[in-house]
Ligand binder design. Structure first.
Ligand SMILES: [Cu+2]
Length: 603
């Protein structure tokens, strides 16, 4: 046990910290949301608590004694009151992730309010202007990574446009026995070791373009990929010692958290990625999922076998298990360093086979938008990645492409080719999946489906490995966005990283060195996010929904968190209706903590 950890535990014992409880909603037998009360007021106590996740005690921060904390179940339109008592030894603040609240209630200490002092109680009050699946977490210091988060469910006034018989929350998280302060220190330490290999993506692409021949290109590529393999996994800094555990409803895979169903029932699963440092690919082998909601907002249903969920995102899916058997809810991290696991079953004590995670994914030149390069010999990703990377690329031989690497290409940005895929008539209500064997060129030429009404079912195209994966281009808001004006202005936000020490930034500046971005109240602004790094960044904007520009026009999905894949550009439109200074940051915890955050002044 390292020094910091020992001290933490000693001081905790001295303070008489108690062991953790299990929240009612996350017992080993999952509690149905329908059984939880709908309230207008909640009292939350934030405290240090000794947790035992891995078999040895370590310090966590709990809400009302549990990790994750209690579900807040509300009703849309209600005026709610949440009293938060801070029993920590430092300032705290609770942020309601995805909720549209007045700036003073947004919970970011030092930005939207002074924060909650130790021993004090702060009362949040706001009216709920939305329904759906959300969550709440600390927005102070390094608290969130110690387990300080929990779900929010807001029942709609008008019933959702889909039916289900039961519903469960599936909250995903990660855990490390090492205290967050030490994890951060380790990241900074080890990253320095790899510094000499670190170059920015624009430099890298320029090097590839300028290489004299294929051999030189391959050499540059391979060298970079060695580095990228390490960096793809945001937690892969450890030479041993620090181990991550992946949790579903706060439970380890071996605990077999189980949600019950009766065969034939429609079950709504509300997935929330509360993980500080890991993104996941979610699948339930043998059970197709219909995505009906993204980030709390209803979308036109999309049938998929798998979806990627970034830190902070939520997805609601409907499944209909027809047989009286167990199904694994299998949730590997995108870097395949481990998985969270639970079971859907007709009775307790059942389990289903756990699939192999497959190989660790490898990035391809297509992922990097290097469409003009000779791709032969490189492992390839599938689906939209092919189309987006290769559309318009003359002479590209699709036949050379090898088997897909799982997970490397799920969530693609709104490149023109990506949009074109969403416009494919084959993906409309016919139920006939679009073929992944189609060439990118023929996809790009498809006529649009802009006349399609919201709500028509879509089937995700089949990737080369037979799996239908959700892509951002397939997300279509169930209702038209309120503001259909064209953007008046474009804001460029480059996602960047420092070359000499572990910190992440926006437009090359850490939060501490940067001026706030300015957006007018009611101004229609397009934000263009350009990822100049080799990692995904799940970007979260407070105070407004981002309307993703993905080819669906006024039906662009409303999201509070958007993954920007490496070397890709993602555009979104916003219209702020609440003034104040709002946070805009990467939801990878240590990215935000080291500077990948901006303030947005809305006035
Ligand atoms: Cu990031």
């Amino acid at each position: 046990m390292d020094e910091l950890k020992r001290k933490s535990l000693q001081s905790l014992l001295g303070l008489g910290a108690v062991g953790a409880l299990t929240p009612a909603w996350a017992q080993l037998r999952a509690v149905e949301i329908g059984a939880l009360p709908v309230n207008r007021a909640y009292d939350l106590k934030i405290a240090e608590t000794v947790l035992n996740i891995t078999g040895k005690p370590s310090m966590g921060i709990t809400i009302n004694g549990t990790m994750p904390g209690p579900v807040l179940r509300f009703r849309e339109g209600d005026e709610v009151v949440i009293r938060v008592t801070n029993q920590l030894r430092e300032i705290t603040g609770v942020h309601w992730h995805g909720l549209l609240v007045p700036n003073s209630e947004d919970g970011v200490p030092g930005v939207t309010f002074p924060g909650i002092q130790p021993g004090e109680t702060f009362t949040y009050r706001f009216k709920l202007r939305q329904s759906g699946t959300y969550w709440y977490h600390s927005h102070a210091a390094l608290q969130e990574a110690a387990g300080y988060f929990a779900p929010i469910v807001i029942d709609p006034i008008k019933p959702d446009p889909f039916k289900y018989d039961r519903e469960y929350i599936v909250m995903l998280s990660d855990w490390n026995d090492t205290p967050p302060q030490q994890v951060l220190a380790n990241l900074k330490k080890v990253d320095g070791f790899y510094n000499y290999r670190r170059i920015t993506t624009p430099q890298f692409l320029a090097q590839l373009r300028n290489a004299p021949d294929k051999k030189a290109r391959d050499s540059i590529w391979n060298d970079r990929m060695e580095w990228a393999k390490m960096r793809m996994d945001p937690t892969d800094y450890s030479d041993g010692g620090d181990e991550w555990t992946f949790l579903m409803a706060g439970k380890k895979p071996a605990e077999n958290w189980t949600a019950l169903f009766k065969p034939g029932e429609r079950v709504r699963l509300r997935f929330i990625n509360a993980s500080p440092m890991n993104m996941f690919d979610v699948r339930i082998p043998g059970l197709p999922m219909t995505v009906v909601q993204a980030d709390g907002q209803n979308v036109s249903p999309v049938d998929v076998d798998e979806f990627r969920i970034g830190n902070g995102e939520t997805y609601d899916v409907i499944v209909q298990p027809k047989e009286a058997k167990a199904y694994s809810i299998f949730v590997p991290t995108i870097a395949r360093i481990g998985y969270a696991l639970g079971t859907l079953a007709p009775e307790l004590g059942m389990s289903a086979p756990v699939p192999d995670m497959g190989p660790k994914p490898v990035r391809t030149m297509a992922d990097m938008g290097m469409a003009g390069m000779d791709m032969s010999g490189s492992a390839n990703t599938s689906g939209a990645a092919d189309a987006s990377g290769m559309a318009g690329m003359p002479g590209m031989d699709m036949g050379k492409l090898a088997a897909p690497s799982p997970g490397a290409s799920m969530t693609m940005p709104s490149t023109p080719a990506d949009n074109a895929m969403a416009d494919m008539p084959g993906m409309a209500s016919s139920g006939k999946p679009a073929s992944a064997a189609m060439s990118a060129d023929s996809m790009a030429g498809m006529p649009g489906m802009s006349n399609q009404t919201a709500g028509a079912p879509i089937t995700a195209p089949v990737d080369a490995d037979g799996q239908r994966r959700l892509k951002y281009a397939l997300l279509r808001a169930a209702t038209r966005n309120a503001d259909n004006r064209a953007p008046e202005r474009e804001l460029l936000v480059r996602l960047t990283g420092d070359m000499t020490r572990y910190f992440w930034s926006m437009n090359d500046k850490k939060l501490s060195n940067a001026k706030p971005l300015k957006i007018g109240l009611g101004e229609r602004v397009r934000i263009k996010m350009v990822n100049e790094t080799m990692m995904e960044h799940p970007m979260h904007l407070h105070g407004v929904f981002m309307e993703l520009v993905n080819g669906n026009g006024v039906f662009g999905p409303r999201k509070h968190t958007i993954i920007v894949p490496p070397a890709q550009t993602v555009e979104l439109d916003v219209t702020y209706e609440d003034e104040g200074t709002w946070a805009f940051h990467c939801h990878l915890f240590y990215h935000a903590a080291t500077g990948m955050m901006r303030l947005v002044e809305v006035a």
